[in-house]
Write a protein that binds this ligand. Structure first.
Ligand SMILES: Nc1ncnc2c1ncn2[C@@H]1O[C@H](COP(=O)(O)OP(=O)(O)OP(=O)(O)O)[C@@H](O)[C@H]1O
Ligand SMILES: O=C(O)[C@@H](O)C(=O)CO
Length: 426
């Protein structure tokens, strides 16, 4: 198999977000969980998005796993590799966006790597290097309270510089608006100064088309789905992409079975979606302290679901308000509480599947990564979009037989997301 575009996504919801954007923009795309086993039968595709769980791991592990994925994609002939990061630049001063970008840049022999998390469709814009989330500066948005990567600085040139060895430059909006030649000469000027990366501004899709066209002439780039859109459109424009015969309807053929939703995201969007779901389905709010304390809360959740799930979808949520999360973390530490809750939610998801759930929505990137790993799903085909950035996924090659999943990024989806998802997954 030869592919046109490869991507390494730093979490699983982000991978399905990007795979959705590439599919919508004309590329036949598959999402794999890690580098797939040679025995896995993959369909012919234009793009492969490798989902990794490297957003919140030590930088050295992130570099190692991303480098392996890069080599594999390069071996398949990928013309370009996009390192997919979060549109809200989720990371800490220890990484991992800077270290992985620099590692991939040097493996590819790239000059200055173009970096932009802009994704206007979901309200993420970058102006003079500052990231706005639905019009609010990043550090004033709900991301300031993220349980794992609280974001306290909207200036991405500064944020990325704190994570990088080389200098970080800026390709500001007037240069992007001036077109591809202007962006290229700015990048060459930054390269001559020895900068390893440059944050690029983008407010609208036209800006991302310009950035995508420039990125495609280079070996690697770093960005969110917006840059994916630009790369996909540039590839389609190049005339090298064959027509896509698969329809979204093929991918959401009903699978039957029972349906459930497991929530570990604590974002303000998800908290509201859980509240609204209470009007249309049974909702269980887990006690996070008891989840960390032992397995009783898990067993209780499984029997609660067992009594209800035959009648319709059920929702089980671990998430808490920013105050409750801060309180729990002050007692157990950020990583210990996060990992213990991910282990619990993935255990619950796996038990539900053992009991016949075949349609599963998971909310939260780390939460999704833990659950998909536990279920042993090797790959996904990409179906229609439930909300911007969240497609219906059909599993490929998993032991439980075909399932439909949706992996919802914490901040994505409207208030009615969970009921809408269930209505599309039959
Ligand atoms: N009540 C809680 N208290 C503390 N931590 C929690 C609680 N509930 C969930 N968590 C943890 O918060 C983290 C949420 O991260 P996750 O990536 O799943 O969601 P998200 O960041 O909103 O989603 P995304 O990465 O897709 O934007 C997980 O580690 C989860 O285990
Ligand atoms: O880019 C985004 O915001 C999402 O795809 C994501 O990565 C959330 O985890």
């Amino acid at each position: 198999m030869t592919i046109l575009l490869g991507s390494i996504a730093d979490d699983y919801t982000g991978a399905s977000d990007l795979a959705n954007t590439l599919t919508k923009n004309g590329l036949r795309t598959i999402q794999t969980v890690g580098i797939p086993d040679a025995a896995l039968d993959l369909p012919d595709v234009d793009a492969i998005v490798i989902a990794l769980k490297i957003r919140s791991v030590p930088a050295a592990s992130a570099i190692f796993l991303a480098s392996e994925a890069y080599r594999w994609l390069y071996g398949l002939g990928a013309r370009h590799v996009l390192y997919k990061i979060c549109s809200t630049f989720d990371s800490t001063d220890a990484g991992n966006i800077g270290p992985v970008t620099e590692a991939l840049g040097s493996m590819a022999g790239a000059d200055t790597v173009l970096v932009t998390p802009a994704f206007p469709e979901t309200g993420r814009t970058v102006y003079f290097g500052n990231l706005f989330v639905n019009g609010q500066p990043l550090n004033e948005s709900p991301l300031k309270d993220h349980p794992l990567n609280p974001m306290h600085d909207a200036n991405l040139v500064r944020v990325l510089a704190r994570q990088s060895r080389g200098g970080v430059g800026l390709v500001e909006l007037p240069t992007v608006s001036a077109g591809t030649a202007a962006v290229k000469s700015r990048l060459y000027a930054l390269r001559d100064k020895g900068f390893s990366a440059a944050i690029a501004d983008a407010l609208v899709e036209r800006d991302l088309e310009t950035l995508g066209a420039v990125a495609l002439q280079m070996k690697v780039s770093t960005g969110a789905s917006g840059l994916g859109l630009g790369l996909a459109r540039a590839l389609v424009q190049s005339g090298d992409v064959p027509l896509n015969p698969t329809t979204a309807a093929d991918i959401i053929r009903p699978v039957g079975g029972l349906a459930a939703i497991v929530v570990g995201s604590c974002s303000s969007a998800t908290l509201r979606q859980v509240e609204i779901a209470e009007q249309s389905m049974p909702v269980l709010r887990l006690d996070s302290e008891r989840l960390i304390g032992g397995s009783d809360e898990i067993s209780a959740a499984i029997s609660w679901a067992g009594e209800r799930v035959a009648k319709g979808p059920v929702l089980i949520s671990a998430s808490g308000t920013p105050e409750a999360v801060a309180e729990l973390q002050s007692r157990y530490g950020r990583d210990v509480s996060g990992h213990a809750i991910e282990a619990a939610t993935s255990h619950i998801a796996a038990e539900l599947v053992t009991r016949g759930v075949r349609r599963l929505v998971i909310a939260g990137g780390e939460t999704s990564g833990a659950a998909v790993d536990r279920l042993g799903i090797p790959a996904f085909l990409i179906g229609p979009e439930i909300a911007p950035g969240v497609p219906v996924l059909r599993t490929v090659g998993n032991a439980q037989g075909e399932m439909l999943l949706a992996l919802k990024s914490g901040n994505f989806g409207g208030e009615n997301f969970f009921a809408t998802a269930m209505s599309m997954m039959r």
